[in-house]
Design a protein around this ligand. Sequence first.
Ligand code: LFR
Length: 488
Amino acid sequence: DRMNKMLAIDIGASSGRVILGSYDGLTLQIQELHRFDNGPVFRNGQACWNLDYLLLEIKQGIEIAGVSGHVIDSLAIDTWGVDFVLLDGQGEQLGDAVSYRDNRTLGMQEKLNGLITKNTIYTKTGIQFLDFNTLYQLAALTEDRPNWFDSVARLLFIPDYLGYKLSGIQHCEYTNASTSQLLNCASGAWDKELLELINVPEQWFLPAQSPNRLIGHYNSKSAGQIKVASIASHDTASAILALPVTGQDTVYISSGTWSLMGIESEHALNSPLAQSFNVTNEGGAENRFRVLKNIMGLWLIQNVQKEFGDFSFAQLVNLAKDSDAFKSLIAPDHPSFLNPVNMSCAIQDFCRETQQVVPETPGEFARCIFESLAFQYRKVWLELNQLKPASLKRIHIIGGGIQNTFLNQLCADACGVEVRTGPIEASAIGNICGQLIALNQIESVQQARELVSNSFPIKSYKPSQTNEFLSHWAKFERISLDTPERKN
Ligand code: LFR
């Protein structure tokens, strides 16, 4: 029997990859064919995504597969959530693809609060309140009302748009659509009341369809006609599909530009307690819910790294190890860190305003960031334990962030539980598993997870310095509450 070969096009906020997956019926192997940078670009005064560039890189990656002689069964795309492209009736793009890091949504939550209670929005959608949700992006757009506004016929989320540019098929995939805060979490339908409130016509939206199905074709130059699949196109949903764990006793962290920390549930957890933690209920494959929280993640260190110029990631980790522990802590999710002009300055301001030692050297910044992330993991770990009392036993981290073994250990130390890690390319692997389901080669998420655990190594970290973390817990709680006024 021949192998199944699939291309996962996995694009995160800081880089994109075209990864070849080969499945022989027993195990899955992956090979990176193409990697490219991604990041916000400025257009018409707004932080945007350069989708034309991303499309060129995607096509180049597909041609690399063809030229290397691979016979490709299918391809599929996953990206970050919430962002979208607007199209006219001819399918041509209107306006820019604005990034969720753009500040057009500042103040929009407060504006909507005058029209509808947060409680109503949360009960309907189950989605965490983040300034950049599609709900608030669209509220900003309808307030701005650009001159092409009346020509809009369709909204496509980023992965659906990129898929449309390859296949000509307009589609709306459920896991990514769920991040909008416009889908009803019980029915999976677009919420008419919320759309009316922000003056967006429901006709802009296609019905959200569950993933892992074939939807079209792409005609490549060197690899011929390739099937296009719709998989869990929210990168975090694909990553969690690839979690090599089937038990209900595990908290996951999908670690990349963001750290997405949570549990899987068959039902949305949208109780008042869940709302008080601002926990989200994003959609997953097989109608499972991703009950999780966004933590600012490696974005903090990625920016500091750029600002210091000549340090590799590994060097920064080593410098962090050599720096003093528990000197300066930040609240990673403070809004001043979402898109500061200068991250190092934003961190220094935060430490100054909370009367702490101000970090100066790359090592001090890195130490501050990693320890603060570990404390935030502990905070979310405790919240999840309140939602699921006595059932959570360990943490499993997936994604590129697990290469930072120092942070993995800090996570175990801070939370006082075992941490397991792997695989690294979780989103791409989940994307490939979704294609295997669409191609009828495997049957279910459960089978996908067994395949992942049979195919990729897993590491374990035991907690050791939990008491040191506990002795600084009160300080972390203080600086998390007593945060400075929001910048901007
Ligand atoms: C991670 C991610 C998060 C989402 C954020 C913005 O890449 O998809 O899950 O909250 O990006 O879309």
